[in-house]
Design a protein around this ligand. Structure first.
Ligand code: SAM
Ligand code: SF4
Length: 348
């Protein structure tokens, strides 16, 4: 990509015209997920290896740069912003960024939210609510303290539960995310449903995605959600409902609990046709698709000039490269991840 200021001039003028970002397949891009750090206080076995090498802190965008980038996307039509990671709440002074971004709520931005492992939630819940965060996703794959420690390698489930209670007390609604893992939590899923729905939370189940090298072989843990659903139907009455959040999840209502259950099935169901999102990393790299390695370097455009026109043109150029769909397959012979980066780089 030519990053010289001269190359941007025509595009800069265009970029000042506000219009929703439309990709080459006619999808409008209104949702930005931002991984604010690649670091995490857990090491979930399907997500990271135990000895992950994290980025040197100097490579990270500053909080001010992240604010400028997110604000540029909001000016260009992004209406929902989700902070993720790594673990977003372990980034130093993250509340400074969240407070700043909350100024866009009601002024272009409809929703500011985050996906968290919940470990630091108890101390931030009230301020998150005060910033206008109305709902968050909390990841929890098991309710058993020993198994929780095993899957996260050292996480403490009680701290997560405290975080959940604090968020609920602050008026934030919670969706739990659980990755369905063969020989780990498959028999526990009914309990997760009863727990979530009993506490007024939604639950979404996710299939493992082949992203980044980890210590174990993911194909051993891959559990198709079609199978999970069949087994759940022996116990619950599941009715498909048209509810959508603009994301890839498909929902059912569970008659016995009255709650909503989501399924995210990247490997067994192609969810790309309605994709409205792009993903930004903490170094300013924009991934137009979770399942592709192609990316755009927005940090260079950001730092090339204080004029947001350069940045706006670089964003447009990136959106023009958004691919039609992902290429996830689990290659059982090569046993290699389909995408080389870890989920913690782009945040899922
Ligand atoms: N640390 C936060 C958390 O765990 O919620 C946010 C980042 S985490 C990468 C976002 C979501 O991605 C979590 O729900 C996690 O379970 C999920 N995830 C991580 N690696 C995955 C993989 N290889 N396949 C499917 N989901 C994955
Ligand atoms: Fe950390 Fe979330 Fe990955 Fe677990 S899934 S290691 S909590 S980033």
């Amino acid at each position: 990509m030519d990053q010289t200021p001269g190359a941007w001039s025509a595009a800069t003028a265009l970029a000042n015209v506000k219009a929703p970002m439309i990709d080459p397949f006619g999808r409008s891009v209104s949702y930005l997920r931002v991984s604010v750090t690649d670091r995490c206080d857990f090491r979930c076995t399907y997500c990271m290896s135990e000895n992950m090498t994290f980025l040197p802190k100097k490579d990270l965008l500053t909080l001010e740069e992240l604010d400028r980038l997110c604000s540029a996307f909001i000016t260009k039509g992004v209406r929902r912003l989700r902070l993720t990671g790594g673990e977003p709440l372990v980034r130093k002074n993250i509340m400074h960024l969240i407070r700043g971004l909350s100024r866009h709520l009601g002024a272009g931005l409809d929703e500011l939210t985050l996906t968290t492992n919940g470990s630091q939630l108890a101390r931030h819940a009230e301020e998150l609510a005060a910033c206008g965060v109305k709902r968050i996703n909390v990841s929890i794959d098991t309710l058993d303290p020993d198994k929780f420690r095993q899957i996260t390698r050292w996480g403490d489930i009680e701290r997560v539960m405290e975080g959940i209670r604090a968020a609920q007390a602050a008026g934030i609604s919670i969706k739990l995310n659980a990755v369905a893992l063969k020989d780990f939590n498959e028999t526990e899923i009914p309990d997760l449903i009863s727990f979530a729905h009993g506490e007024g939370m939604e639950l979404t189940l996710i299939e493992t995605m082949p992203m980044g090298e980890i210590s174990e072989d993911r194909t051993d843990r891959y559990l198709p959600l079609s199978q999970v659903r069949r087994e759940l139907e022996n116990r619950f009455t599941l009715t498909d409902i048209p509810f959508r959040t603009g994301g890839p999840a498909r929902y059912v209502e569970v008659k016995e609990t009255g709650g909503r259950l989501g399924f995210i099935t990247p490997l067994t169901h192609n969810f790309c046709e309605s994709c409205n999102r792009v993903r930004l990393t903490c170094t300013g790299t924009l991934y137009m698709c979770l399942g592709h390695d192609d990316a755009a370097d927005l940090r260079t455009a950001l730092r090339a000039s204080d004029d947001d026109g350069y940045l706006s043109a670089a964003i447009d150029e990136a959106i023009s490269r958004k691919p039609k769909g992902h290429d996830f397959i689990i290659d059982r012979r090569q046993q290699r991840p389909a995408v080389s980066r870890h989920m913690s780089v782009t945040g899922g």
